[in-house]
Design a protein around this ligand. Structure first.
Ligand SMILES: CC(C)(COP(=O)(O)OP(=O)(O)OC[C@H]1O[C@@H](n2cnc3c(N)ncnc32)[C@H](O)[C@@H]1OP(=O)(O)O)[C@@H](O)C(=O)NCCC(=O)NCCS
Length: 193
């Protein structure tokens, strides 16, 4: 199993950190993550059940890691604000998912920054060629975020395989498109073990 990593990026007077949690860090934040996963605004956009338990959260993170996924807890100035992951990694590709948990933290540019950091990791560090997302049609925030990252509509069978249901639209982003659009992130995001 690869070592747990920490991605950092200081920008606009804020310090952003994405940390791959070990079991102890997941346990420390499991209650908070459970409450965020279950909050209606988040669960409805992530196809969540809305009734996850603390044990479900622990199991989700254990399974993600065991299946070769790369999950991160997101912090701003040391404060946990959400999580993000790359799952179904294989054949030069992965699926990306992101949640900024508390309503008060949304719409402040945090999702945009943490998502950029994870994409630097996906393309620059892992060398992936393409990343896929299957957002719900009515998830306006994430559509704006995906457009910012450089995602384009992709209805190919490969992309559709990531859709959770008929309400999901599918998009994908190529490594070169992201690198050309996000040169500062590409240059400045640091990765440490
Ligand atoms: C979707 C999500 C990750 C976005 O993170 P965020 O920190 O709120 O977003 P940001 O502040 O970085 O803004 C990202 C974009 O959304 C836009 N946006 C912010 N609030 C918005 C709103 N209420 N309606 C529409 N667009 C909005 C921003 O203007 C920005 O677009 P721009 O680059 O064109 O200006 C976050 O809202 C979230 O976790 N939602 C619930 C879970 C979810 O939907 N996850 C995605 C599916 S896996």
């Amino acid at each position: 199993m690869p070592p747990s990593l920490r991605l950092t990026w200081d920008r606009e007077d804020r310090s952003f950190e994405a940390v791959e949690p070990d079991a102890a860090l997941v346990a420390r934040f499991a209650d908070r993550l459970r409450d965020w996963y279950n909050a209606h605004d988040n669960a409805s956009m992530m196809e969540g059940s809305g009734v996850m338990t603390r044990d479900d959260v622990v199991e989700f993170w254990r399974d993600l890691r065991a299946s070769g996924g790369r999950g991160f807890l997101g912090f701003v100035d040391g404060r946990l604000v959400g999580d993000a992951d790359l799952r179904s990694i294989g054949d030069g590709a992965a699926e990306f998912a992101l949640m900024i948990g508390p309503a008060a933290e949304k719409g402040r540019g945090i999702g945009r920054t943490l998502a950029s950091m994870i994409h630097v990791f996906a393309f620059r560090e892992l060398g992936l060629e393409r990343v896929f997302v299957p957002p719900r049609r009515d998830n306006h925030r994430v559509h704006a975020l995906n457009a910012f990252l450089g995602y384009e509509r992709d209805e190919s069978p490969r992309a559709r395989a990531f859709a959770d249901g008929p309400d999901a639209e599918t998009f994908s982003l190529a490594a070169a498109t992201f690198r050309d659009k996000h040169r500062a992130a590409w240059r400045e995001v640091e990765v440490r073990a």
